[in-house]
Design a binder for this molecule. Sequence first.
Ligand code: BGC
Length: 407
Amino acid sequence: MTFRPLAPMALAAGLALSGLAHAQKAEVIHWWTSGGEAAAIKEFAAAYTKAGGTWVDTPIAGGGGAQARTVMANRTMGGDPPTAAQYNYGRQYEEIIKEGLLNNLDDVAAKGNWDKLLPEKIKNAVKVNGHYYAVPVNLHNENWVWYNKAVLAKAGVTKDPTTLDEFFAALDKVKATGVTALALGGQGWQEGITFRGVLLAVGGRDLYLKTFKDKDASGADFRKAVESFKKLKAYVDPGSPGRDWNLATAMVIQGKAGFQMMGDWAKGEFVNANKVAGKDYGCFMAGGPKMPYAIGGDVFVFPKGKDKDTAAAQKKLAELMISPAVQVAFNNKKGSIPIRTDVDTSKVDICAQQGVQAVKENRLLQSDNELLSPDAKGAFEDAVSKFWNSDQSTDDAIKAMAIALKR
Ligand code: BGC
């Protein structure tokens, strides 16, 4: 896939990015440990090294990032902060802002014109009380479905499903060939993604917002989503519990499974395996091409440090991460789309085109990370996971989900 910097911008950025005064160390905590993720973050490290700094990589394994965020919180609260740390868009870092532990980036943002170059809804997602406390680095959407084209061809699935019924029909066909129809990593956060994909497919933006904004788990559509979610279990192999997301993606890449419901970081794995969108693998949004695009992806925050050099290293990191050339190099590998609107997206692959289009059409949707407190989101995913992994009744599951939303 090929995002390209617009030539004059790249040149200007190259000139504007001066080196650091000396080889300042920057320790960066993140959870990008899969093949595609590791390849992507190397682009940030390379840019920082090229600017004269020393990148100290602190990867904390665990897809979805809960483990990395715990390390970051403990270290920052305990007085041993890293230079920078990864979070998702939304409310995950509001506590450390309240505690006064983060530097804000308003001067870097003003210098880099972030107010102009970021899509409006991204700006809203990333600003807290009018200040930039984080640099956004990409736009991911978690509600994608990936598939192996050869597996589907063999099963006689000839077009992308656009409704839940069509999706179930396609799953049936793949299952009938003896291949695992749906590759799922059985971890709470992945089951959560699967549930939200189904929720969107059943009721689109309205049902999503009714659930996560109004915190209302009542009604026929919500029940249908809960039932349809559980119905997917019949298509998942017994090896699912505990499986990492990228291993589920590998099943699709290798033709051991038909589909995976997962964010477009999965595309980073296909890219890393030299697979081509539209040839080796396909993609569609859960619920069809005009679905709202839930704002997902990553930001970096910069804790206050002990020595005076820290702030300079942090400003340089933020400036580099959002610069046009680095945005292009990083996002080409990450599977996400660049967060700035001034890079050339005319040549992007068929999956990324849908994201670019969603931004153009302003189809971006506040995600549950933005709408729920981290506590409520965790409780909701626990309820989803319990339902998936037990014989709990639909009624009891809905009750538990409703309680979780109100936390
Ligand atoms: C992040 C992605 C990451 C994925 C799996 C998500 O929360 O936004 O950047 O690739 O988790 O680790």
